[in-house]
Design a protein around this ligand. Structure first.
Ligand SMILES: *[C@@H]1O[C@H](CO)[C@@H](O)[C@H](O)[C@H]1NC(C)=O
Ligand SMILES: *[C@@H]1O[C@H](CO)[C@@H](O)[C@H](O)[C@H]1NC(C)=O
Ligand SMILES: *[C@@H]1O[C@H](CO)[C@@H](O)[C@H](O)[C@H]1NC(C)=O
Ligand SMILES: *[C@@H]1O[C@H](CO)[C@@H](O)[C@H](O)[C@H]1NC(C)=O
Length: 333
């Protein structure tokens, strides 16, 4: 479910994007959906009360993806080919809209360390045990004991850690969006090391593709490397990535919240920079350019690599080091 790349780019208006952007990796949260896993005492537990089955994208969600796709098409008009998979013949389902959704199945979830984060990672499990049994973690979690006790009593399910709180939060949040008025709670973030183990492979891939793009002349006719990568994911991915980069505001990412990693080429100095932006809104608005810690809004690529070297290396080396094979806990948000 997570490693699904939906390419929702259609040919639309051809307004020109920022020509200095030579490559972009875009990580977005899926749009409006119904709850995945309700709690036992939930009055809205019956699927028939919802527009679509549990865990599926609603029409509101489809509209959000579509709007985001149109906007991305404009932003990267200079990087994307003119049209992507317009339907032909019997695939045309709407003559006013020569577009079709393209599900792209990547690797099985259990092998996916880039997005689904479900590839067994012994180092993560070991670190997770270490962190969750540490005094500091327990003390921090203790601050939420009253909340967890309340939720346990209220939801009819044992709420014992941040993941449980997050699951409840997610359900309540959706119900609130659907005008079933309920209390809403926010969550804490996990430890830096945990974030690194999970996020390292993603950052590594982005950096590697960015390097490929840097080495390729943007004008060349026979381009071998992708210019835009679009990753469809969950709030947990968005939060983890921002958290690992040290730019997270600890607010649950809204539907279609999007993080942009853009490679900027300054053609006067021939320098390449990385710009990270965050669109923390369901509206189609310009994203906020984030200030990268110790580097700023336009961070020279070499400096960026140096700053996050630890993040990338850590995720890679540690994950294959230890022989424990517990699978990770499953999180879908
Ligand atoms: C869900 O609601 C439908 C329609 O009101 C009803 O027929 C069905 O029995 C309900 N299911 C459960 C498990 O309560
Ligand atoms: C919830 O109510 C608001 C205000 O009336 C409305 O704009 C919104 O569309 C409703 N949400 C849904 C999912 O029906
Ligand atoms: C360099 O960038 C400027 C501003 O983005 C643009 O107007 C100009 O055409 C570019 N020059 C070349 C040689 O690409
Ligand atoms: C979105 O992010 C920007 C930049 O971090 C921040 O100033 C703004 O308050 C955020 N908006 C919301 C709704 O969180």
């Amino acid at each position: 479910m997570i490693s699904l790349l939906l390419i929702l780019l259609i040919s639309g208006s051809y307004c020109v994007g920022d020509e200095r952007v030579r490559f972009a990796a875009v990580l977005f949260r899926h749009g409006d959906r119904t709850p995945v896993d309700s709690y036992p005492t939930d009055p809205w537990r019956n699927e028939s009360m919802w527009p679509v089955k549990f865990g599926e994208l609603t029409n509101i969600g489809k509209q959000q993806h579509y709007a985001l796709g149109q906007w991305l098409r404009k932003r990267y008009s200079h990087l994307l080919s003119t049209r992507m998979y317009p339907p032909v013949g019997s695939s045309v389902w709407n003559t006013d809209l020569l577009w079709q959704p393209m599900p792209v199945h990547t690797v099985p979830e259990k092998e996916d360390e880039i997005l689904s984060m479900k590839k067994p990672c012994p180092a993560y499990n070991q670190e997770y045990k270490k962190v969750t049994s540490s005094k500091a973690y327990k003390e921090r979690l203790m601050k939420y004991q009253k909340l967890m006790d309340y939720l346990t009593a209220y939801t009819g399910t044992k709420v014992k850690d941040y993941y449980d709180i997050d699951n409840i939060y997610s359900v309540l949040n959706i119900e609130n969006l659907y005008n079933f008025t309920l209390p809403v709670f926010t969550t804490e973030t996990s430890s830096p090391v945990l974030a690194r183990l999970k996020v390292g492979p993603f950052i590594k891939q982005v950096m590697s593709k960015m390097r490929d793009a840097m080495e390729e002349n943007v004008q060349s006719v026979h381009e071998k490397h992708p210019k835009v990568l679009i990753y469809s994911a969950h709030d947990l991915n968005i939060g983890s990535v921002l958290n690992a980069l040290g730019v997270f505001d600890n607010k649950c990412p809204v539907y279609t919240a999007t993080v942009f990693f853009e490679l900027i080429h300054d053609n006067t100095t021939s320098e390449h920079y990385i710009r990270i932006s965050y669109r923390n809104s369901t509206e189609i608005v310009e994203p906020h350019v984030l200030s990268i810690p110790y580097c700023g809004k336009l961070c020279p690529v070499d400096r960026f690599v140096q700053l996050y070297d630890n993040l990338v290396k850590y995720g890679v080396h540690e994950s294959s080091a230890i022989g424990d094979t517990d699978s990770d806990s499953e999180q879908i948000s």
